[in-house]
Ligand binder design. Structure first.
Ligand code: KIV
Length: 273
């Protein structure tokens, strides 16, 4: 049975996310990239669905998020939007489609909103992307920020280890978070930073923070769906809690199907016309 009665099915808005923070209600966010999975996780009550550029890893099999294109993100996002009845759908602007200029950032955001029907965009970075954030917001498109470990800059960092452990980087992260809030972002993802820093940022900000590997004091949490469902097997960071072992479930089901077909046990008399 769905987690929501029909009467509860009010669409989540950025305004409601702010109210959730104000009343201390945590925000649950997950990624999705296709119609079938988006339908399930929306029905199960997630507040925000992120069409993340992690699609580059978990859907396309790339090592990083860098190769995914804007057209591919729009394809994933439009499939998700068709499935979603309640959650707010946020779409990552992929690498190479906003860093050039604020005009490029605006054009990419407009394509995402127009062609997929999504509700908001997300982009990585702080002061470096200020002009882009302002330009996108000026067109009426809600923007979510992303600080800490920003996977589109992986070749600058060199590793996926915890960010902002040093004083200087932590100070810049707080300044960037305040700047993104001042610009008008409706929320900020904090990825892989010390829990104490996430707590400090979340208490200083009026807008909600959504943590991934950022401890329990962010205003919400996000995980990549394939990781939390145990579809991916070898990715085991400390922050990841697996809520299912779909890798084993799917493997078992497919093993059984193969043996049934080969043993002439499928289809049965009842499964034919
Ligand atoms: O692309 C993504 O899935 C993300 C989350 C990890 C926050 O940006």
């Amino acid at each position: 049975m769905s987690a929501h009665k029909k009467s509860d099915l009010k669409k989540v808005t950025t305004h409601q996310l702010q109210e959730m923070k104000n009343r201390g209600e945590k925000i649950a966010m997950l990624t999705a990239y296709d119609f079938s999975m988006a339908r399930i996780i929306d029905g199960a009550g997630v507040d925000i669905i992120l069409v993340g550029d992690s699609a580059s890893n978990v859907m396309a099999g790339n090592e990083t998020t860098l190769p995914i294109t804007l057209d591919q993100m729009i394809y994933h996002a439009s499939s998700v939007v068709k499935a979603v009845k309640r959650a707010l759908v946020v779409v990552d602007i992929p690498f190479g489609y906003y860093q050039g200029s604020s005009g490029e950032a605006l054009r990419s955001s407009i394509r995402i909103m127009k062609e997929s029907g999504a509700h908001a965009v997300k982009l990585e970075g702080g002061s470096e992307v200020k002009d882009s954030v302002l330009r996108i917001l000026s067109a009426g498109v809600p923007v979510m920020g992303h600080l800490g470990l920003t996977p589109q800059s992986i070749y600058k960092f060199g590793t996926y280890t915890v960010r902002a452990k040093e004083k200087e980087e932590a100070k810049k992260l707080i300044e960037d978070a305040l700047l993104l809030q001042e610009c008008g972002c409706f929320g900020i993802v904090l990825e892989k930073i010390p829990a104490e820093l996430a707590k400090k940022v979340s208490s200083q900000l009026r807008i909600p923070t959504i943590g991934i590997g950022a401890g329990p004091d962010a205003d919400g949490q996000v995980l990549v769906m394939q990781d939390m469902l145990g579809i991916t097997k070898d990715f085991k960071p400390r922050f990841l809690r697996r809520y299912a072992d779909l890798h084993s479930v799917i493997t078992g089901a497919v093993n059984k199907y193969v043996s049934d077909v080969k043993g002439n046990e499928f289809p049965s008399q009842d499964e034919k016309y």
